[in-house]
Design a protein around this ligand. Structure first.
Ligand code: PEP
Ligand code: MN
Length: 339
């Protein structure tokens, strides 16, 4: 449930509500709105009587509303406004669509810096690049590890772009936190609940990708794991799901964008690179994602895709990426956004 405070409720009144929530055995999550503060009440309710009345009688409380969805903190019922937060110098969840671009894997300095400069010039907001790669085969390139993180830090120094990189293991968190601005949870780890809880205790923003066979409701429950640990900086990313279709690598679920926008206040990203698996389809599906209401896009870009160590076939060359950015501008404008 959520406790909605009256307009201009005092800090002490909010504190009293929070301490009462703790007293009755739940966790409070305060969300400060423009006019009103809202406090989410979450926790294990087995064997407990929910003391709705007790909370509604406290001073400064306007109403106590039960949340109908199984995900609570992720639900749009808790706050109507799309969550907006900063990631280093970038803003996520605002009117301007956030563009994450870069190679699938960090391969070497020359590759990364060339791509980083090119995507920055074309208007990207953040740089992506995997240093720890989740590969289908244990014999495929697994990423450069810490060396890759160092190269990402160097690329940030050169371009100023915040860094997005994948975390595969809870053991790597301390190391990754030193280098990255956004922790990406990949499709294969989307329901790795111990990893979700761990990044939920991090101060870094999280880009949570949808699992290949995760329903939208399950996806939102994954986000709830992160939010329930206190990390509010969660970005959701549709990246295609597994279906019977074989003409594309995945079936990019464009429906998920408006559905998620309705169900959650969390910013919604689209990754048409993994969603389609072929560079030819990346631009049209990016434009479609923007038209459908995406708050951000994630695109794989490679300066030499023919020899890329991973996902070359779905990567745009820098020139094509710059063209995509140009084509995206009028589409963003048509739906009242900027890019
Ligand atoms: C990636 O972003 O390179 C990646 C591995 O994505 P996903 O987890 O969506 O497959
Ligand atoms: Mn990839």
């Amino acid at each position: 449930m959520i406790v909605v405070m009256k307009n201009g409720a005092k800090k002490e009144q909010i504190e009293k509500v929070k301490s009462t929530i703790i007293e009755i055995g739940y966790k409070p999550h305060a969300i400060k709105g423009v006019l009103k503060s809202v406090i989410g009440v979450v926790g294990d309710d087995r064997g407990k009587v929910i003391h709705l009345e007790r909370l509604s009688l406290l001073e400064g409380v306007e109403k106590v509303v039960p949340i109908s969805q199984p995900y609570k903190l992720a639900s749009r019922e808790i706050t109507e406004r799309t969550s907006r937060f900063r990631v280093d110098k970038a803003t996520v969840g605002g009117n301007k669509i956030c563009v994450i671009a870069g190679p699938c894997s960090v391969e070497n300095e020359e590759q990364l810096i060339t791509i980083a400069k090119a995507v920055k010039k074309a208007g990207a907001t953040m740089l992506r690049g995997g240093a720890f790669k989740p590969r289908t085969s244990p014999y495929s390139f697994q990423g450069l590890g810490e060396e890759g993180l160092k190269l990402l830090a160097k690329a940030k120094e050169v371009t100023g772009l915040p860094i997005v990189t994948e975390i595969m293991d809870t053991d790597d968190l301390d190391l990754l936190e030193d280098y990255t601005d956004v922790l990406q949870i990949g499709a294969r780890n989307s329901q790795n609940y111990s990893l979700l809880r761990r990044v939920g205790r991090s101060k870094k923003a999280v880009l949570l990708k949808r699992g290949m066979s995760t329903t939208i409701n399950e996806f939102l429950m994954c986000a709830e794991y992160i939010l329930s640990e206190g990390n509010e900086k969660v970005m959701l990313c549709e990246r295609g799901i597994r279906t019977f279709e074989t003409a594309t690598r995945n079936t990019f679920d464009l429906n998920a964008i408006p559905v998620l926008k309705e169900k959650t206040h969390l910013p919604v990203f689209a990754d048409p690179s993994h969603g389609t698996g072929y560079w030819q389809y990346v631009t049209p599906m990016t434009l479609a994602s923007i038209a459908a209401g995406a708050d951000g896009i994630a695109i794989e870009v490679h300066n030499n895709p023919e020899v890329a160590v991973s996902d070359g076939g779905q990567s745009l060359k820098p020139k094509k990426f710059a063209e995509l950015m140009k084509k995206a501008a009028p589409v963003a404008k048509a739906v009242g956004r900027k890019i």
